[in-house]
Design a protein around this ligand. Sequence first.
Ligand code: MG
Ligand code: MG
Ligand code: MG
Length: 306
Amino acid sequence: MAILVCGHKNPDTDTVASAIAAADLYSKRGMEAKPVTQGEIAPESAFVLERFGFSAPEIVSDATDQKVILVDHTDISQTMDNLSKGELLAVVDHHKLGDVTTPNPLEMWVWPVGCTGTVLKSMYEFYGIEIPSNIAGILLCAILSDTVMFKSVTCTDQDKKAVEDLAKIAGVDDVQALGMEMFKVKSAVDGASANELVFRDYKDFDMSGNKVGIGQLEVVDLSMLDAHKEGLQAEIEKVKADGRHSVFLLLTDIMKEGSEMLIASEDPSVVEKAFGIKPEGSSVWLEGVMSRKKQVAPNFIKAFEG
Ligand code: MG
Ligand code: MG
Ligand code: MG
């Protein structure tokens, strides 16, 4: 039975591309593996897969009796159901270490870089395995997506170098143009329901015993969301009412390099504690904030502790 390679819930392009690449790499190392996702892929990922000739991985969300490799996460709240009833063999990630544990030793590739794709690119090199050009293409897009085309504070020189090398392998001449094309697809909000938009890139966290959800929409121009804000606010209130202390939705303008954060919270003062800015009504503009992982989640984790 093939090992399942799986990224986090609400799959993003890194989670999907890294699952495909890791399944290829582990299979070539003699461990037959196949990529899966825990749910429908987002429009941006569909665009990327189609561009490089892949179809969407099978959806599998239960790890019972399965051998599993996790990519792009190590949090139980973001992982497959019943992970402890399966066997976790390896992790490839670039986030804070989460709370999954194993009874057995495992392979861990967790680096503080901008994208799991960057770690995988180095793994191919470590094992002396050639990166197929179509996989180079999707890893390249994953890095552009996760680093918001190198603008995110999470971006490292290793990510930039990886993109340069992967572009050559994939035969992509204009990386910026491909990135803009991808972000335009990601920005498309018309026709999507408020619920779809909130959960398009959404993560639940446990913060000092409180369930806190943080979603993010990255757009090339925030005004595209003007007509949607009211509906999005109502939707995050609903999501919060479903057993959460708070739900925050980051509306990130990748050109202006900042985020408007919509707030639904039992205690909105956590926002001021986390960012030192008092929100006006139910939203706040966070200048220079583009990364949930580095600039938002850690601030809230600290605010909830104190
Ligand atoms: Mg991800
Ligand atoms: Mg990632
Ligand atoms: Mg992301």
